[in-house]
Design a protein around this ligand. Structure first.
Ligand code: TK8
Length: 339
């Protein structure tokens, strides 16, 4: 339909129905959804954002249009969260870890070694515990649609291979802006520095920090191999991403439109998890090919770190409430028994 015809319809509508003109114009103009994210377009996050955009356009027959905007061009996670709450931006995907300032219960997902397999992750996140935590966002002006996989996090640094806890002494390690992460790495002896992801590459390049921790996928897609030499396989925490909608904006949508977004989010989640797992499975080879030196943490050292990190459990329990903490533990016992 040409702009001229659209205008004509709008003008006619004004003449005929007066006040209902806004509604008519909205039917004709597609809804524009700015969907922000932090990683590059060529990343698991970027690929899944694209799938989400395609699904929404297809299901709405072009009436809803998603502009996926990556590389933190709309700002880092925390800034986008505020934009969503204020209604200045419609959607985003980002770490649950940067959401704790808004919804403290999200700190459950920061628990070191809470989740030990993809199956546990999916069952816990998509089950009653994940739903309960997600629903807490509503009061804060956000709607959580689905969890995507960021993944199991591993350490990289430019100083030395980390083969035992003591090797972390004095390593300036960037962590997410999150107290549990900060305490965890302080507990392990590192000099932990909270920083937005969008500042990380240049901080590594200029040696403002020596290292960082992220899943293999991100180490690859963010080209950290250009500025980091050592990878230590620690799998110290399973980290989710969450797809968020501005509640202010969501409340203006029709039920059909809300359903389209919910369905597309689920499709993108299933795609994203599969894609991420496939990429992670061959990442060690890819990172080696880029010149990184990779070491696995021995079982003994891993157990030592784990034991040390139980110290932060009390902190998490206090943040999220012991009821939720105990419910999550009970749910994990159930999931593990079903194997
Ligand atoms: C991307 C971040 C990233 C996270 C981090 O915006 O900050 O280290 O793992 O995925 O959310």
């Amino acid at each position: 339909m040409t702009i001229f015809r659209r205008t004509l319809i709008a003008v006619t509508a004004t003449a005929l129905f007066g006040a209902s003109v806004a509604a008519v114009a909205q039917d004709i103009k597609p809804r524009l959804i700015r969907f922000g994210y932090g990683l590059n377009e060529q990343s698991n996050q970027g690929r899944a954002a694209k799938v989400f955009a395609e699904q929404v356009e297809k299901a709405s027959a072009g009436k809803m249009k998603v502009r996926a905007i990556g590389a933190a061009a709309l700002g880092p996670d925390t800034q986008m969260q505020q934009a969503l709450i204020g209604g200045a931006q419609e959607m985003m995907v980002g770490s649950t870890a940067t959401l704790v300032g808004i919804t403290k219960e999200m700190a459950l997902w920061d628990t070191p070694f809470l989740i030990s397999s993809a199956k546990e992750a999916d069952t816990l996140l998509d089950g009653p515990i994940g739903e309960k935590i997600k629903s807490k966002l509503q009061d804060k002006g956000l709607v959580g649609l689905v969890y995507w996989e960021n993944g199991f996090r591993n350490l990289t640094n430019s100083k030395r291979p980390i083969t035992k806890m003591e090797d972390l002494d004095g390593v300036k390690l960037r962590v997410m802006q999150n107290n549990v992460y900060l305490s965890s790495f302080q507990t392990l002896g590192a000099n932990a520095v909270p920083m937005a992801f969008s500042e990380l590459f240049s901080a590594l390049e200029t040696k403002t920090v020596d290292g960082q921790e992220n899943p293999f996928n991100t180490i690859l897609s963010s080209k950290f191999y250009e500025v980091q030499k050592y990878v230590t396989v620690t799998n110290h925490v399973y980290s989710p991403w969450i797809v968020l909608v501005s509640k202010k904006w969501w409340d203006q949508l029709s039920k059909t439109e809300q359903q389209i977004l919910t369905d597309a989010a689920k499709t993108s989640r299933d795609f994203e998890r599969k894609d991420t797992r496939e990429e992670a499975a061959k990442a060690v080879g890819d990172l080696k090919a880029k010149g990184m030196l990779i070491n696995e943490l021995s079982a003994t050292e891993s157990a030592r770190m784990r034991a040390k990190l139980t110290k932060v459990y009390a902190l998490i329990g206090a943040d999220i409430g012991m009821d939720l903490w105990n419910e999550a533990q009970a749910e994990l016992v159930k999931i593990r028994a079903k194997k």
